[in-house]
Design a protein around this ligand. Sequence first.
Ligand code: AMP
Length: 372
Amino acid sequence: MSFSNFDLHPELLRAIAGAGYENPTPIQSRAIPLVMAGRDVLGAAQTGTGKTAAFALPLLHKLQEQQPAPRGARAPRALVLVPTRELAAQVADSFRELGAHLPQRGVLIFGGVSPKPQIDSLRNGVDIIIATPGRLLDHLQQRAVDLSAINLLVLDEADRMLDMGFIRPIRKLIAALPKVRQSLLFSATFSNEIRELARGLLRNPESIDIAPRNAPIALVDHRVYHVESGDKHPLLTRILFDGGKRQSLVFTRTKHGANRLQQRLEKDGLRCAAIHGNKSQGARTRALDDFKQGRIQVLVATDIAARGLDIEDMPHVVNFELPHVPEDYVHRIGRTGRAGCSGEAVSLVSRDERDRLRAIEKMLGRQIPVAA
Ligand code: AMP
């Protein structure tokens, strides 16, 4: 299968080549023809599978094929809802890269920053909105956005949006959309709540299940260290120094824990930054950029802050603490083992976390080997 099989606009094929994608990933092979054919899609896919391009490419194609309203009366026609600003930024980057040779314009909308530039962009006219639900609802309630021309809707990482309590804003936003539209819903996990949301949202959807449900990417090598809480930090330092790791992403459960660990690792001589919900958007973007550019070795993150991080070439993830919710384990390691790279995920498990480990192993359907 090659991208040229899809009948995509030639300018999209040019952008795909520019992005260096040679062949479609499995989710792209399944989703692109369905979306092009106008079907609603319920996609079970984790981050790292290429799901962003799986919806961005056919959406851009369809927008290009539709007759847009004359300039000035331009109303947004596609809406992508995502759980976090990081994921919003990452999805916007994909649209920018893949739509580089097309005239479609997008706007990125999320909270924690001034609404004014967002309102200005909306007023100037955009084709695509990529947004977190809360802030977009604010704009809707202030009548700063017109959703009456949206005919393409994507809910990306729907499970995480529900975990974050976005169900009410999502329902209110959906109520403001035209009934006749094409809708796509992607989620890594499928709770009853997600299924119910999908039932109300999708019209005779085609289901795509790429990664086995609730199973992490197979290429990742998982290991567990059983360790007393007080010994976690020295063990982590040893792993980071001795393992010859180029860069590591380390997860903590709390913001406070992330800050404390960052300070301790810096004292050990590691170049390190922390990202979590209390950090300003600027600080988060800077830390991520420093990490991507290799200026820091270790990025300490909480689950919410790390959601949607797109880090290429990230072979090493450490769970300094196990997550509260077993599904977050999958989300955390979902960023290793991308695009065929093998990855490594190490969990430091103290006595009081054993129940959490059992819950994770139950979800995975297998035991995680103990490190020698
Ligand atoms: P996603 O699952 O959308 O977060 O994508 C994961 C990563 O895979 C991103 O860095 C994409 O740029 C990359 N990617 C997406 N599609 C392809 C493809 N067909 N070939 C190679 N890399 C891809």
